[in-house]
Design a binder for this molecule. Structure first.
Ligand code: KIV
Ligand code: ZN
Length: 407
């Protein structure tokens, strides 16, 4: 097996994430979330885009003051005013990083920047040079890299390195790349720009327009990228950014084929996800990988039986490993007798096999009519003739009682 290599986790929830509709945060909320990111163990917190507003400026300053153990980054375009404003916000940070970017694709040059390629090369040179005169840690991003002419992209990246950028970020700004193609682009940058230099880190920043942000990030790591930019819950512009929890848990659970390590404490993933949802007032979809409400929930009878016997039957990681409450069996029309009996036992009723059969019949009738069956429904289903025994320690006994019932 290959030696484990370290991946830098660059969290941009407070910058790219916050740019998504309905996800804005005030200063106090940003600081609260940044503290959770420190607990989570990310390496870099991108706290904002200081030139964009006074609020963003103040938030970057406050995060830099609060988070002394983590690198704090601020975003800026490649203009002198932007770079100086970002540095102003970061100047008291314990570990500041200036992150400057310019678009390199022809479509952005022509329609957005209205600049020639030569001008973009000059802007890159001047901005990285200025940033390096202010701090050691400078990251350069070639916006829309995946739609850029590869020769021009390499030329711009070479200028950024020559001026002292330590991290070269290759964004898939519009979420257009496929994993094979993106990995090929990263290999090309290694071959033509960075070589095997240990002093320059290749970073990736993937958007999720085709639902490929995490797959592209992982493909890039395999191709030599050593920093991944991501957000908690995958929030971000349009369809969002690569979800931090998915990238990290893919490396954690599939360490056999992804031999990479990072500093994230996985048990802080669920708390971070919950805190973010609470702050922005917007949760994740129920089936969201790792942090969705249903990520560790089971309704189908066969699955419930399997999970009750051994959670590994249907779970590739434990809820505890991501700091989530224990798995739960949802009672609905697909549930079986095992889960029903277990729930009654948890409620204090130890049913005999014949009683389980009887109540199960009534349960399935109800579940056909109702999406979810709640505890009060179960109690109502216990008819007078059902001889329910209040168990002293029902949950222990339930499994034994059930052995005679079958699935
Ligand atoms: O998506 C993007 O290209 C960005 C850059 C500013 C890194 O967010
Ligand atoms: Zn982005």
């Amino acid at each position: 097996m290959k030696a484990t290599e370290r991946i830098t986790i660059f969290d941009t929830t407070l910058r790219d994430g916050e740019q998504s509709p309905g996800c804005s945060m005030n200063l106090e909320e940003k600081v609260r979330f940044a503290r959770q990111l420190e607990k989570l163990g990310v390496d870099v917190i991108e706290a904002g885009f200081p030139i964009s507003s006074d609020g963003d400026f103040a938030a970057v300053e406050a995060v830099a003051a609060a988070c002394r153990g983590t690198t704090v980054a601020a975003l800026c375009r490649t203009t002198e005013q932007d770079v100086r404003r970002a540095w102003q916000a970061l100047r008291h940070a314990a570990r500041p990083r200036l992150h400057t970017f310019v678009a390199t694709s022809d479509i952005h040059l022509e329609y957005k920047l209205k600049k020639t390629r030569r001008e973009v090369l000059e802007m890159t040179r001047d901005a990285v040079r200025l940033a390096r005169s202010l701090t050691q840690d400078v990251e350069f991003s070639a916006e829309d890299a995946t739609r850029s002419d590869p020769d021009f992209l390499c030329e711009v990246l070479r200028v950024a390195i020559a001026e002292g950028a330590r991290t070269l970020n290759i964004p898939d700004t519009v979420g257009y790349a496929t994993p094979t193609e993106f990995a090929q682009l990263i290999r090309m940058v290694r071959e033509r720009v960075t070589g095997d230099s240990k002093s320059v880190t290749i970073s990736v920043h993937c958007h999720n327009d085709l639902g490929l942000a995490v797959a592209n990030s992982l493909a890039a790591i395999e191709a030599g990228a050593r920093q991944v930019e991501c957000t908690v819950n995958g929030i971000g512009e349009r369809a969002g950014n690569a979800a931090l929890e998915e990238v990290v848990m893919a490396m954690h659970v599939r360490a056999d084929c992804l031999p990479f390590a990072c500093g994230v404490r996985t048990t802080e993933i669920h708390p971070a996800s919950q805190l973010l949802s609470e702050i922005i007032g917007c949760g994740v979809q129920p089936n969201k990988a790792i942090v969705g409400r249903n990520a560790f929930a089971h309704e189908a009878g066969i699955h419930q039986h399997g999970v009750l016997s051994n959670p590994l039957c249907y779970e590739i990681m434990t809820p505890a490993s991501v700091g989530a409450p224990s798995n739960h069996l949802v009672l609905g029309k697909h549930s079986g007798r095992h889960a029903l009996s277990r729930r009654y036992a948890e409620l204090g009723y130890l049913l005999l096999p014949a009683e389980v059969n009887e109540v199960y019949r009534r349960f399935t009738d109800l579940a056909d009519r109702k999406k979810r069956v709640y505890d009060q429904d179960l109690l109502a289903l216990l008819a007078a003739e059902t001889r329910a025994v209040v168990a002293e320690d029902a949950s222990d006994d339930a499994a034994r009682a059930f052995e005679c019932v079958g699935a």
